[in-house]
Design a protein around this ligand. Structure first.
Ligand SMILES: [Zn+2]
Length: 199
């Protein structure tokens, strides 16, 4: 799975130019390899029809997911991020679900998954901030791990905007988009961030 920008035309031109590196062998580049099944993502207006790609070197195939969605989640990443933000403000899954018009059980699943990896998410986001930024000020812990994740996302977002501009490399730079890109779409996927280095 590879996180790419939202604009499919730009993705196609990068595939054609051999400009997307293979995340498995890190030597080859990806070329187009059909499409994955189209599906509806709650919170996105268009159906998602993910591009598939295959490495020209190691032949492993990948699904290219836009920065607006997370692996294995049926809701837009921005929606999920709103739920995490509301949790940091002290709301529970029922109120958040009611606010977003999403079943409380779905929200509870997101919060439970994120709650088990808050420190990991925070340190990945701070790693992105430090890599992208100059003289990045690491926010102090607030005593609330949820708020600390938001502070880290804000730090990473401003570091990326400062370096690459408000549109960045994958489209408008938002905290949700930064969290998707920093985790390669796996923010709430099983096993992240302990990914196998090679297959
Ligand atoms: Zn490869």
């Amino acid at each position: 799975m590879v996180t790419v920008e939202v604009d499919p035309v730009h993705v196609e031109s990068r595939l054609a130019a051999g400009a997307i590196a293979c995340p498995v062998c890190r030597v080859g580049v990806l070329g187009g390899w059909g499409y994955a099944r189209a599906r509806r993502i709650e919170g996105l207006s268009d159906r998602l029809r993910p591009r598939r790609a295959r490495c020209r070197s190691c032949m492993v195939t990948h699904v290219l997911l836009p920065v607006t969605v997370l692996l294995r989640r049926a809701h837009a990443a921005e929606r999920i991020w709103v739920a995490l933000t509301a949790r940091a403000e002290g709301l529970g899954h029922r109120r958040i679900g009611g606010m977003l018009g999403i079943p409380a059980a779905t929200v509870r699943g997101w919060l439970r998954c994120a709650g088990q990896r808050l420190e990991t998410i925070r340190s990945w986001l701070l790693g992105v901030a430090v890599t992208a930024g100059v003289n990045v000020a690491i926010p102090d812990g607030s005593g609330c791990p949820w708020r600390d994740v938001l502070a880290a996302a804000a730090t990473a977002t401003s570091a990326i905007r400062f370096r690459f501009g408000p549109v960045g490399l994958l489209g408008a730079v938002t905290p949700a988009g930064v969290a998707v890109a920093a985790s390669g779409g796996r923010l709430l996927a099983p096993g992240w961030p302990t990914l196998p280095r090679s297959r």
